[in-house]
Design a protein around this ligand. Sequence first.
Ligand code: NAP
Length: 295
Amino acid sequence: MERQLDDNAQNVMDGRSVSRVILAEVRERAERLKAATAGTPHLAAVLIGDDPASATYVAMKEKTCRRVGMRSTVHRLPANTSQAEAEDLIRRLNADDDTDGILVQHPVPRHLDEQAILDCVSVQKDVDGLSTLTMGLLAAGRPGFRACTPLGIIELLDRYHVTFEGAEAVVVGRSNILGKPMALLLLERHATVTICHSRTRALADMTRRADILVAAVGRPELITGAMVKPGAVVIDAGYNKVPGRASDVGDVEFASAAAVAGLITPVPGGVGPMTIAMLMQNTCTAAEQRRSPAS
Ligand code: NAP
């Protein structure tokens, strides 16, 4: 049976509402920047190949740019684009004074080295936070853009006044896009962090220790209520297509986890909207840093 989402449940974190507040803040900042510099924050999205889901995500990002008064340009490259052509486009966008942020839509076709393409994005324009250099800045605790999904999770928890300091945080998943930067951001906020992955033994023993549990796995409903410590904050970053289910399914079995969690994110309407909001925030920050008279 499809789970019924009770949006009014006291322990459900509403990523959609929080993202709307953030987008309104970004809009104001973009307007102030325009008034001060006559420049409009401008995001360049690079879409390689013809994956329909990627096209949908890029269209959503374009729409959100317009909603907050920013510009976006989508650079569409065919599926047979070469590594050199893709990297050349990124270098041209780095050099383009009118581009503030660069986003390479994941995934790129399999014959391409995605990380090598991401590594061409200049640190100043890396609003998705995924180049090796930008990730290194996070690991070293230096200023730089943070990856949008983990940053959005921190922002959501902040707005729900969750305490990080001293908390036991468990992140399930260790991808570069999500699990690793998530763990580093939690560490930066003084949580005690454990990272679990596919070789972790006794996963449930680990997750049951968590005051803050982040599921970033890509396995539908892997985390059940029995794996959650009573009162824990549960973040579900997963969205999985499951045949026969109308909407995307998270990595957490919502009904059983919500029954024990102190706070929990739904899917959809939790982490997803926060990710786009952080992309807008980072792009606006990049524009402020590049275009403000003081910079
Ligand atoms: P990924 O690159 O496939 O990484 C999945 C991670 O989960 C890996 O580290 C893997 O371990 C671990 N894992 C797999 N099976 C496991 C198991 N049975 N027990 C414990 N760990 C296991 O995926 P991703 O890109 O990080 O994405 C994860 C999920 O988040 C997906 O559902 C994706 O759609 C979603 N996502 C959401 C957003 C958003 O904006 N909301 C953004 C990005 C991704 P190994 O490293 O050992 O293989």
